[in-house]
Design a binder for this molecule. Structure first.
Ligand SMILES: [Zn+2]
Ligand SMILES: [Zn+2]
Length: 132
């Protein structure tokens, strides 16, 4: 059933492609300003969150963090309980390793959640050379 419906949609789309695209374009032209505003609003509200998600889900980052976590678990790397940026003391689980280069999973600086988040945000905005 699903397949048929999909196929039907596809056929419909192919037959009416031009018209659909034209409609879309017309819609866009008519609503250009409004769409722009909505996008700006959306970006303002979700920009921060989206950026953080992109960093968290980066597969290289995920792997580097996993390797780091393992090394910490095995005692190969000692996780401090002080943030290297703000120098405040935190429970260890609140301290996160920040990678400058995900191909070097054990080269990190240790930051509290807040400093870490800020670092990533600034970085995305200024595109720092040192990697993510
Ligand atoms: Zn900090
Ligand atoms: Zn980081």
């Amino acid at each position: 059933m699903n397949f048929d419906k999909k196929e039907h949609n596809r056929q419909y789309y192919l037959k009416n492609k031009k018209q659909i695209l034209e409609d879309k374009h017309q819609y866009y032209l008519k609503n250009k300003e409004r769409i722009k505003q909505v996008n700006i609003k959306y970006r303002k509200e979700n920009g921060k969150r989206l950026r953080v998600v992109a960093w968290i889900n980066n597969p290289k980052a995920v792997q580097a963090r996993r390797q780091l976590r393992n090394a910490v678990g095995l005692g190969k790397i000692i996780k401090p309980c002080v943030c290297e940026d703000c120098h405040k003391k935190f429970p260890k689980k609140k301290i996160q390793g920040h990678h400058f280069d995900y191909s070097k999973p054990f080269e990190v600086i240790w930051l509290c959640q807040e400093c870490h988040r800020q670092l990533h945000q600034e970085k995305k905005e200024t595109v720092m050379k040192r990697g993510i």
